[in-house]
Ligand binder design. Structure first.
Ligand code: NAP
Length: 221
């Protein structure tokens, strides 16, 4: 049975990814925040040490935070927390678990980006920087790891109807945003998860280093 590590699997897109991978027959390990706090470097290092013997065939760096602030209002803490959670910790996790993938000559990695890692919007200085950064990580690893049959891609969700989106936006606000999406609606988490599951499956034997937007056409306008 193949083993998958999925961060941020408690809800939203990560939950849908974990569920679809389980349905596809993977053993999914999705650590809680107590087991792995991505905003805390020591927690990531401790997690890596505690699981140093573990072999993961699939790693999905999904967890992420999105604080919105203009450049002149951003605090050092916001910058450090978002950089650590969205970019540095995924890099540390891959540093820890890629050697095992290399030994078994097999691996599938998906890093979750964002439409704000393709285009941007006011207030997304830090978030956008981390999401552009994660694709740099993807591309470099795709080049470095291709000879080990390890494929690495970025999936960029568009506006997705997670519980958080529903909590933070009224139905009217969701309808207004949807007017700017060619598909005329937001994504369901399962629609993002399907793309991730394809990319990490054995059906994907050659796509690597790619940034794939699942955004209903939003970034094509
Ligand atoms: P979400 O509903 O806010 O859930 C975030 C997940 O990340 C939760 O499982 C949360 O765990 C975990 N997490 C957050 N901070 C963490 C930390 N410090 N340590 C460990 N886990 C942490 O997120 P989502 O909307 O599904 O987004 C998932 C990914 O898609 C993110 O990378 C996000 O940037 C990206 N994305 C989302 C959208 C969207 O519209 N939803 C659009 C574009 C991109 P807890 O349960 O412990 O809080």
């Amino acid at each position: 049975m193949k083993r998958a590590l999925v961060t941020g699997g408690s809800r939203g897109i990560g939950y849908a990814i974990a569920e679809q991978l389980k349905e596809a027959g993977y053993e999914v390990f999705s650590p809680t925040r107590q087991e792995l706090d991505l905003s805390n470097k020591s927690s990531v290092q401790n997690f890596a040490n505690a699981h140093s013997g573990d072999v993961f065939d699939v790693i999905v760096n999904n967890a992420g935070i999105n604080d919105i602030n203009d450049i002149d209002k951003i605090t050092d803490d916001e910058i450090e927390r978002a950089m650590q959670t969205n970019l540095v910790s995924p890099m540390m996790l891959l540093r820890a678990f890629v050697p095992q993938m290399k030994l078994q000559n097999y691996g599938r990695i998906v890093n979750i980006g964002s439409i704000w890692g393709i285009v941007s919007k006011r207030g997304r200085v830090v978030y956008s920087a981390t999401k552009h950064g994660i694709h740099g990580l993807t591309k470099t690893l795709a080049v470095e790891l291709a000879e080990y049959n390890i494929l690495v891609n970025t999936v960029c969700p568009g506006f997705t109807l997670t519980e958080l989106t529903k909590k933070n936006n009224t139905d009217e606000e969701i309808a207004k945003i949807s007017l700017n999406i060619p598909m005329g609606r937001m994504a369901e988490s399962e629609e993002i998860a399907s793309m991730v599951c394809y990319l990490v499956s054995d059906k994907n034997t050659y796509a690597t280093g790619q940034l794939i937007a699942v955004d209903g056409g939003f970034t094509s306008i």
